[in-house]
Design a protein around this ligand. Sequence first.
Ligand SMILES: [Zn+2]
Length: 561
Amino acid sequence: MKSFLLLLLLTCSTYAQSEYPQDYFRHPLDIPLVLAGTFGELRSTHFHAGLDIKTQQKQGLKVYAASEGYVSRIKVSHFGYGKAVYITHPNGYTTVYGHLKKFSKRLEDYIKLCQYEKESFEVEMFPGVDEIIIEPNEVIAYSGNTGSSGGPHLHFEIRDNQERPMNPLLFGMEVKDSKPPYVSAIFAYPKDDQSTINGKNERVALRLIPNKTGDYEVEKIKAHGTIGFGVVSNDKLDLAPNNNGVSNIQTFFNGNKSLEVDFKRFSFEEAKHINRYVDYDYYKSKKSKIQKLFIEKNNPLTLFKNTYDNGYVFVEDSTSSVYKMRIRDYHNNETWVTIPVKGELETIVRDSLDISKKSLVYSDKETTLTSGFITVNFYRNTLYDDEYLDFNVSSDTLFLGEDRIAMQKNFYINYDLSHYKEDHQDKLFIARFYGNYKKPYYVSSTRKGNILSARSKSLGTFALATDTVPPTITPINFQNKKWISKYRYLKVKITDDLSGISKYRATVNGKWILMEYDYKTNTLTHDFNDNIVNDTKNELKIIVTDNVGNSSTFEATFFRK
Ligand SMILES: [Zn+2]
């Protein structure tokens, strides 16, 4: 019987490992695998969907296909993944390579045909199964820093056949990690008005006492009623100083499993709910992310497993209990946190909330707030909870609380301009103001008749602003009426105050030319190797338009032979 059980256990664990093909996917670079970011890591608006692989602070490293397959998608965009390739493999998984500097010659030629046909740098293509076959170990691109990337690295993903990103480290790629996760803060939360933690009915920071083994004790708390806990925890790998995400957290109350969070796989649909998972108010005020180890209503995350009572625990009077957290990295190094809990009924010391000047916005039904010529619409399920919000209007300024409440989706701000008499009506936009209210930040605004609308996912102060100044266009590496025969590239700088650049178009002798836009350096670049510019005398014309429709035209003549 004993040996049968053992056999069964062995079979189970072997199965668990081979659930994902091992050694099928290679590391996509030919330098040692060092990570700047791990899978599931908590980013500001999403869970990180892949690995951020370090490229030794360089661009232009060869990027290899992780395995054979075919190119199923190519996307070139100003933001996001910048230049990205998707390869679908015979085993059903798709690998994604982002922030690329450029593609291999074969892909580059394929993409440029599309860019010249569409007359757009930004393109998205879905080649068919037989179109671009990728051989094992084929170089598909060169690493870069394009799109919303803060430094040279390769963003690498593995997605399952339902487009759900998975932790690539489950597939046998090795990264050195001998250190367990570390904990920087622990908090307790009351679930309702009746729960108390150390005499309070609010989030309470608990005193953390590291012990010699690397685990943590927490100073004993007094509590009563239904409560939950939160943790700030990260992991460091051996070869990099980055603070990465952890891979699994389990909680136990008096030895019984209470909740598990497992960062193995998620869907893009749910990734935005990171702001329900972390304590948004704390994140916005302290820039640190508490992971809430309990599930509130309107939280659809599938990262939670094996939960009992949504991770909350009930503390009775005159009891003695222990709550534990087990935090693991993907290498299964683990850290334990032990919190002794003394059940004790206490009178609540509560700061009373003055709601007389606030407006109630519901989560499960539409709420409209109106004052003067401003209306704010919160459609159903915009908020996670019903909330009392500040709502004040003074002239054209809308004070809509502070960015301390997480939103599921955008709310809408509408200005009725029927009686608005200022000049430059067509150059108006809705702006967001931070801090000292000096600089207006453009919020994507649209106008229908007399209604100017903008949508936002964060509360704050908004007002009307006007942008009458067109963009500037300045040549970087050439001068008007000069010879530039030996140049590989043509570069110009484009900038815009206030509303920002919306579109650009460049032609030479009337023919559209591809100019790649890098918003981080405000640069437009044309590559003469595109072989579009073949005349000796060339008339360059670039038109740049900002978000409210101001536009500038730059013209110059250059010569080549
Ligand atoms: Zn990334």
